[in-house]
Design a binder for this molecule. Structure first.
Ligand SMILES: Nc1nc2c(c(=O)[nH]1)N[C@H]1C(S)=C(S)[C@@H](COP(=O)(O)O)O[C@H]1N2
Ligand SMILES: [Mo]
Length: 550
């Protein structure tokens, strides 16, 4: 279709009053935007390829995602976890792709109008990626290269695409002008020529395919360079010197639909600030114990697994778990008690905290006494009979019964600094969360689910309660505004784990609210006072609303 368009004031060869458009303002914004998006794809594809060669940790999407997480204000991060839970990273990836797409499109639109400005914008975005990669804790000297080389390739691609668009426009203008001259001579209607963008489209197809190939080859090659999953696959962990007692048969609630009392690794919740999962090779892993100690200690992986390891069931909970939420899991951990490593280092008087630090810069502040008493606070290497999954902290993480993960459960742990709460703050404390995070006694109803429709008559209600390192001594259920009635407790694995329960109710027709609360031997009955997850954990009774049909 031919489409007449009057030239604007900036149109080449235009003059006021001409009836025939003899020039164009330049390609429409859609064309410019697509050039920008293709150039962005080239940037990312080439960057991925370079990252595979120099540093898989330097791929810009990952580096920008990681840096973004550390720079986001706490409220936004809390909101993201609140909205997306354990899918917060996928949400971030989608968000990043959208933002990059918009920026790339705008860059392309800018480039068709002012090519040098377009080039500058691409290089600037590349510099942002490089800065993000270089700013990561433990970044290699080459970490920024993938972004820089990628951006250079992207800038070249953009200028080639823009040149093609502009020359198609120029050719069309020339044809239009010729036709106008001919028309003036013959008195016929001039033809407004449409630019021939087949060359541009061929470039788009070629560059997009090239970018995709570079990206896929880079991702695959970078993955293969990551020896960590291979190292994990061949790792055989020693047996524990002290094994965990087998799980009592009666530990699983008899109510169908209640979660497994031991959480499979694949079902275990994951919460961390790592957009790209840290890849730590056990062969080069070490733990440095320093700070307020008589003797600095450095421990290698072979030395750690060669020591007397213990095995214990410990239930780990996230401070961001809302009432009734599922950011909690129970696993059998294998590891070295932290107190044994601290005993070698001999903490100095006055120290009251251990700041554990991950290879990715995350830190947690754990009260020193908790790590010195006889509980199973572990430098864990095994989870449910396997080496730690990479996303759960391979090769070594901390697990401390009784404390929320953010103040204790450092994954990919590399350092223990013995210090004082008065002197140091951990990652989440600097973002407004409490410096100390003892787990608050909690309970939830898992069966029936809120909104369920059930038949009148005997109804099995069941769920889980936890008060790590104190233990659960009772669970009660309330129907509507009736009395609190005792539930039947399942057997306990240990005071460090959650405890399941069941309750039989003769359901009567109508809409009903079921509420649960737990009792622990220290605090007594769980408080019904609602509190938000910030700054140190939610409280309140979990309830479900169900409809009983008659
Ligand atoms: N390195 C590192 N370790 C970390 C975190 C983190 O962000 N980075 N998050 C902590 C938090 S908030 C929790 S609740 C637990 C979660 O452990 P999981 O992912 O194995 O369930 O890990 C803790 N350890
Ligand atoms: Mo957490």
């Amino acid at each position: 279709m031919q489409r007449a368009r009057t030239a604007g004031p900036a149109g080449e060869g235009s003059s006021e009053g001409t009836l025939v458009p003899s020039g164009r303002r330049g390609p429409g914004w859609v064309w410019g935007a697509s050039a920008g998006v293709v150039a962005a794809a080239v940037t990312l594809g080439v960057a991925q390829l370079v990252a595979a060669l120099v540093d898989p940790g330097g791929a810009p999407l990952g580096a920008v995602g990681d840096a973004f997480i550390d720079l986001t204000p706490a409220w936004l991060k809390d909101l993201a976890v609140g909205l997306f839970g354990v899918h917060d990273k996928s949400a971030l990836l989608v968000g990043m792709v959208v933002v990059i797409g918009v920026l790339a499109g705008a860059t392309g639109v800018l480039a068709v109008r002012r090519p040098p400005a377009g080039t500058a914008a691409v290089l600037l975005l590349g510099a942002v990626g490089a800065a993000a990669a270089w700013s990561r804790p433990g970044a290699t000297a080459g970490a920024g290269l993938p972004s820089l080389v990628g951006a250079a390739a992207g800038a070249v691609a953009l200028s080639v695409l823009v040149r093609s668009l502009r020359s198609a426009e120029a050719a069309a203008s020339a044809r239009t002008a010729r036709s106008a001259r001919v028309a003036a001579g013959t008195g016929s209607t001039p033809v407004v020529a449409e630019p021939d963008r087949r060359g541009f489209l061929r470039l788009v197809a070629g560059l997009t395919a090239g970018a995709a190939v570079a990206g896929v080859v880079g991702a695959v090659a970078g993955g293969a360079r990551r020896t960590v999953s291979a190292a994990r696959a061949v790792l055989v962990l020693p047996r524990a010197t002290r094994s965990a007692a087998p799980v009592p048969v009666g530990a699983q609630s008899p109510v169908a639909g209640v979660v497994d009392v031991v959480t499979a690794n694949g079902d275990f919740y994951r919460i961390d600030t790592a957009f790209t999962v840290p890849q730590v090779d056990p062969a080069t892993w070490s733990l440095r114990v320093h700070g307020m100690v008589e003797q600095e200690v450095v421990l290698g992986f072979d030395e750690l697994v060669g020591a007397d390891l213990v095995e214990a069931f410990v239930t780990l909970a996230c401070v961001s778990n809302p009432v009734g939420g599922d950011l909690v899991g129970n696993a059998r951990w294998l590891g070295l008690p932290v107190r044994e490593v601290l005993a070698r280092a001999r903490p100095l008087p006055g120290a009251d905290m251990v700041l554990s630090r991950s290879v990715d810069g995350f830190t947690a502040s754990t009260p020193l006494p908790v790590l010195l008493d006889d509980r199973d606070a572990l430098l864990a290497v095994g989870m449910n009979g396997e080496p730690l999954p990479v996303e759960h902290g391979f090769p070594v993480r901390m697990v401390v019964p009784g404390l929320y993960g953010y103040v204790s459960a450092t994954k990919w742990v590399a350092e223990l600094e013995v210090t004082r709460f008065a002197d140091q703050e951990a990652y989440w404390t600097t973002r407004g969360w409490s410096a100390r995070g003892p787990v608050k006694t909690s309970s939830r109803i898992e069966v029936p689910r809120s909104g369920a429709r059930v038949a009148a008559g005997p109804l099995d209600v069941g769920g889980t309660a936890w008060a790590q390192h104190t233990g659960i001594t009772g669970v009660q259920v309330q129907v509507d505004d009736g009395p609190w009635q005792p539930a039947v407790l399942a057997e306990e694995i240990s005071v460090d784990t959650w405890r399941q329960w069941s309750f039989r109710w003769e359901a009567t027709a109508g809409e009903h609210v079921l509420r649960v609360r737990a009792t622990d031997p220290v605090a007594g009955a769980q408080t019904g006072e609602p509190a938000d997850v910030a700054p140190d954990g939610a409280t309140g009774w979990h309830q479900v609303t169900i409809t009983v049909n008659d």
